[in-house]
Design a protein around this ligand. Structure first.
Ligand code: ADP
Ligand code: MG
Length: 240
């Protein structure tokens, strides 16, 4: 579904991603880990073209994306992105937040978008909050609305950048549970997280980044018990 080949990205001369190559298959759940500043967010942002690579290739659904010639908004519509901060529209109800992009970007009828939105809200356990406003919700509920909003565009892949890092500890579980359900439904997901228990349970593959390079990747059963590289071992010691 996503192929990244020899990706390089620099900001003002600072190399942030160095020769990244990876492949994400349909229905695969890939967890990206690594210290702060290692390039995890930049990699996600390059994958959905919020940042434009300096060199290398990104292929989505079999198509190499030429950033000059492709309508990047169209490419982005197929990738749901969930950030640490939920970025909901505060003046809109939960339901209005969820139907906003389908109606205004995808030009789906309001009726159809609302029906779909209610199904998705049910799935993330927020049907009863449809007519509330974001500031009436807990952080965990807000993040689940953000997930619902991304799902409403029916993306092929969901990208998560530390979706639980801004939450109080007691609210982390409900968001992880929602993400687990998505994985179970076969959603393709790339997730930056420090939740190692979640990674162990849900990831098909864990990738460790350090200084903009891929240090190691593997199935969690191997990755967490027998990491090959010293940098992975050191990182895991700090977070586990
Ligand atoms: P991570 O998500 O792993 O913490 P980031 O991808 O956010 O790492 O950042 C990697 C490096 O790139 C850091 O040194 C960061 O300061 C730098 N960086 C990220 N975004 C920008 C930007 N827009 N302009 C300049 N430097 C940036
Ligand atoms: Mg980051």
């Amino acid at each position: 579904m996503i192929k990244v080949k020899n990706l390089f990205k620099a900001f003002d001369g600072l190399q942030v991603l160095k020769n990244i190559s990876l492949e994400i298959k349909k229905s695969e759940v890939v967890v990206l880990i690594g210290a702060s500043g290692s390039g995890k967010s930049t990699l996600l942002r390059c994958i959905n073209f919020l940042e434009i690579k300096n060199s290398g290739e990104i292929e989505i659904n079999g198509q190499v994306i030429d950033t000059q010639k492709t309508d990047l908004n169209k490419v982005r519509e197929n990738m749901g992105m969930v950030f640490q901060h939920f970025n909901l529209f505060p003046h809109m109800t939960v339901l209005a937040n969820v139907i906003e992009a389908p109606v205004h970007v995808k030009k789906v009828s309001k009726q159809e978008a609302m029906e779909k939105a209610m199904q998705i809200l049910e799935k993330v356990g927020l049907l009863d909050k449809a007519h509330q406003y974001p500031d009436q919700l807990s952080g965990g509920q807000k993040q689940r609305v953000a997930i619902a909003r991304a799902l409403a565009m029916e993306p092929d892949v969901m990208l998560f950048d530390e979706p639980t890092s801004a939450l109080d500890p007691e609210l982390v579980g409900e968001v992880l549970e929602t993400m687990k359900n998505l994985a179970r439904d076969g959603m393709t997901m790339v997730i930056v997280t420090h939740e190692m228990g979640f990674a162990r349970e849900v990831a098909d593959r864990v990738i460790m980044l350090a200084d903009g390079q891929m240090v190691e990747e593997g199935h969690p059963s191997v990755f967490f018990t027998k990491p090959e590289h010293e940098r992975t071992r050191r990182f895991l010691q700090q977070v586990l």
